[in-house]
Design a protein around this ligand. Structure first.
Ligand code: NAD
Ligand code: UGA
Length: 466
């Protein structure tokens, strides 16, 4: 299995497929990179001036390569046929029905991509699983491919999980802590690993490209996300102790994080982690443990999710209690709707859940986010799992063009996302527009609380008594 690569294809033009292939195209001018997707709308957006996702520096990378060695297309079959190596970057959401509902990963998109490859491939391919999957998914892909193989065609399936975080995707892709490649421990397997490694070696130091067996690689991705989510749930659990005792969670995080064995990153207490992956991947592992008859291990990781949900509820309950135990018909301003700053992505955003609790109490919610479009917010808040009264959402929710309008005649300001611009707002101007007493609930420990109290605000934050 000796292969020199000239054309590669990526199935799935999402948050991972788009940025990672744009960076590959930029760093490997000798490769032609085609990203394909079922969604014509998404592909049109990738080919337009307004890309389907917002990521700092993504525009410049795409513009530098698009039409030269980077192409976005709906012609999936042609993409597959021409490529020597194919990334599978499709979504792997949590199942919403059937066995493992609410926990197991739904692998139908992975399977259909694999079946498509088997159907149209006319020569041998390296198939690279980049989506996050349960352990042994590569084996399923391999089984589907070999059950449908055409004469003269061979496949090697590799695991190459992606570790980028949204909002910093391009920086993460350009300077990854490590690239992980899992393959079969055979001669052909290691040739395929070498071919994929060659792509990354265009810009990643060789010592940062780690190779291992396929199952370790698949599990390492779930493990990394579980450890990261666990750190947030651990500091958020501390924040509850801080609020009850008068300790300050930022100080505790600093003290703990200066231990070089623990390290300072990912210890910021918050209203809870969001994003498309932490919850999904931890639940995926919980389900895996249950299937492997490891109930104690499953329960251990389930707690990471439970604390996250508790944190969102706890934060919103404090809002209601502070506002004299009733928020019905009160106006409440929510600043930030994305699950973190520098992205327009709202998947599993804590803001959705905070708004849900506020709406359940009959509050009027005035929302401002610098990047999330109005329709996205409205559709998130009318999802079946968020409300059983979707018709009330347009009546109770107003999307505002800036923070000042969102604060108009409001009783409380709630910070849900740590956007930089919220630190430089004119809070005196905001205070003047609000009803008194004017409250601020800082769900991100983002603002200068003393300055706000000097203006006259009543301030509440996570993990700290003020
Ligand atoms: P996404 O929903 O943004 O994109 C997936 C795309 O795949 C969609 O555009 C969809 O139309 C397309 N698709 C699905 N089935 C297809 C098929 N059979 N043929 C062609 N196209 C198909 O998802 P994402 O956020 O890019 O995540 C993809 C995977 O990467 C997931 O497994 C996720 O867990 C993992 N991951 C995501 C991130 C992240 O930050 N979003 C980071 C690391 C890993
Ligand atoms: C996360 C991981 O960081 C990536 O390595 C991984 O590739 C990705 O999941 C994935 O598999 O999808 P992402 O979800 O994009 O990336 O963003 P993070 O920066 O990890 O933030 C996740 C959530 O945790 C956000 O809501 C963020 O606000 C919150 N967070 C993060 C905290 O509350 N405190 C922190 O200290 C850090």
């Amino acid at each position: 299995w000796k292969m020199t690569l000239s054309k590669i294809c990526c199935i799935g033009a999402g948050y991972v497929g788009g940025p990672s292939c744009a960076v590959i195209a930029q760093k490997c001018p000798d490769l032609t990179v085609t990203v394909v997707d079922l969604s014509a709308h998404r592909i049109d957006q990738w080919n337009s001036d307004t890309l389907p996702i917002f990521e700092p520096r993504l525009d410049e990378v795409v513009k530098a390569c698009r039409g030269k060695n980077l192409f976005f297309s709906t012609d999936i079959d042609k993409g597959i046929r021409e490529a020597e190596l194919i990334f599978i970057c499709v979504n792997t959401p949590t199942k919403t029905f059937g066995w493992g509902k609410g926990r197991a990963a739904d692998l139908k998109y992975i399977e259909s991509a694999a079946r498509r490859i088997a159907e149209v491939a006319q020569n041998s391919k390296i198939v690279v699983e980049k989506s996050t999957v349960p352990v042994k998914a590569a084996e399923s892909i391999s089984n589907i491919l070999s059950a449908n193989v055409k004469p003269g065609v061979k496949y090697q399936v590799l695991s190459n999980p992606e570790f980028l975080a949204e909002g910093t995707a391009i920086t993460d892709l350009l300077n990854p802590d490590r690239v992980l490649i899992g393959g079969e421990p055979t001669g052909e397997g290691s040739e395929a690993v070498k071919a994929l490694s060659w792509i990354y070696e265009h810009w990643v130091p060789k010592e940062n490209i780690i190779t291992m067996n396929t199952w370790s690689s698949e599990l390492s991705k779930l493990a990394a996300n579980a450890f990261l989510a666990q750190r947030i749930s651990s500091i958020n659990a501390m924040s509850a102790i801080c609020e009850a005792t008068g300790a300050d969670v930022d100080e505790v995080a600093h003290a703990v994080g200066t231990d070089s064995r623990i390290g300072p990153k990912f210890l910021k207490a918050s209203v809870g982690f969001g994003g498309s992956c932490f919850k999904k991947d931890v639940l995926n592992m919980v389900y895996l443990c249950e299937c492997l008859n490891l109930p104690e291990v499953a329960a251990y990781w389930q707690q990471v999710i439970d604390i996250n949900e508790y944190q969102r509820r706890r934060f919103t309950m404090r809002i209601v209690q502070s506002l004299f135990n009733t928020i019905t018909n009160k106006r409440i301003t929510v600043l930030g709707f994305a699950f973190k700053k520098n992205t327009a992505d709202t998947r599993e955003s804590a803001a959705i859940h905070v708004c849900k609790y506020l709406l359940d109490e009959g509050a009027h919610v005035q929302i401002y986010d610098p990047k999330v479009p109005r329709d996205q917010i409205m559709s998130d808040l009318t999802m079946a799992e968020i409300t059983d009264q979707p018709e009330r959402v347009p009546e109770l929710v107003t999307i505002c063009p800036n923070a000042y309008e969102a604060a108009e005649k409001s009783h409380a300001l709630v910070i849900c996302t740590e956007w930089d611009e919220f630190q430089t707002l004119d809070y005196q101007r905001i205070y003047d527009k609000m009803l008194k007493p004017a409250f601020i609930f800082d769900g991100r420990l983002l603002l200068d609380h003393q300055q706000l109290m000097d203006i006259g605000f009543k301030v509440e934050t996570i993990g700290k008594r003020l």
